[in-house]
Design a binder for this molecule. Structure first.
Ligand code: ADP
Ligand code: MG
Length: 218
């Protein structure tokens, strides 16, 4: 599903990733861990095609990101959902609109958009809040909206960067449960986190980064 071959990423003189080779299989759940500055965010952004590697190759579903143009990259990105630590919701739009917009920009039919947005919000338990605005919700609820937005198009892969970084322990557990449910339905899930607490409670695969290098696995 995701294959990385000898990936390097520099930002000027700053080396963010060094010689990362990694394979994430279809339907896997993987944590990317390591201290702040280890390269987790950079790795996820590369997997999303939001950054280009300095050298090395990234294959998503067998497609080499280096070798495809803008249009094909956009099409491929539709199959990858991304969840951020700070939610990145549009505060001037309702919960429903935030989720629906992800499909509207793709030119989907209004009836289809309504149905899918509703289903996505149902799967994160937020149907009752559809007409609320993000800032009327708790942090945990806002992150659930962001997750609904990320899964509304049935992605093959869901990438989440410190998704519980702004949440307290109870909400963290709730959000992790949601990722597990999404994973059970067949989606490949990659979660980046520096949180030791989060990892103590899991039996999932962990890929450990330090200073841009892959230093081990658990
Ligand atoms: N856009 C950027 N410009 C310059 N340096 C960056 C940029 N993004 C990340 N870095 C550097 O790359 C390294 C890895 O950062 P990052 O991927 O954010 O790590 P993590 O998410 O594990 O905290 C850090 O040294 C960081 O300063
Ligand atoms: Mg980060």
């Amino acid at each position: 599903m995701i294959q990385l071959f000898h990936l390097f990423k520099n930002f000027g003189a700053n080396v963010a990733l060094q010689d990362i080779s990694l394979r994430v299989r279809k339907g896997e759940f993987v944590f990317v861990t390591g201290p702040s500055g280890a390269g987790k965010t950079t790795l996820l952004r590369l997997m999303f095609g939001a950054e280009k590697p300095t050298s090395g190759h990234i294959l998503i579903n067998g497609i080499n990101l280096n070798r495809i143009g803008r249009k094909k990259l956009d099409l491929l990105r539709r199959k990858v959902g991304f969840v951020f630590q700070d939610f990145k919701l549009l505060t001037g739009r309702t919960v429903f609109e935030n989720v629906a917009l992800a499909l509207e920009v793709r030119g989907e039919r209004p009836s289809y958009v309504r149905k899918k947005a509703h289903l996505a919000l149902r799967s994160v338990g937020l149907v009752k809040k559809e007409q609320s605005y993000p800032l009327q919700l708790s942090g945990g609820e806002q992150q659930r909206v962001a997750i609904a937005r990320a899964i509304v198009n049935d992605p093959l892969v869901l990438l989440a960067d410190e998704p519980t970084g702004n949440l307290d322990p109870d909400l963290t557990r709730e959000i992790m449960l949601l990722f597990r449910t999404i994973h059970m339905k067949g989606t490949t899930v990659v979660v980046a986190t520096h949180s030791r607490e989060l990892l103590q409670e899991t039996a999932q695969r962990q890929v450990i980064l330090n200073r841009g290098r892959l230093i081990g696995e658990k």
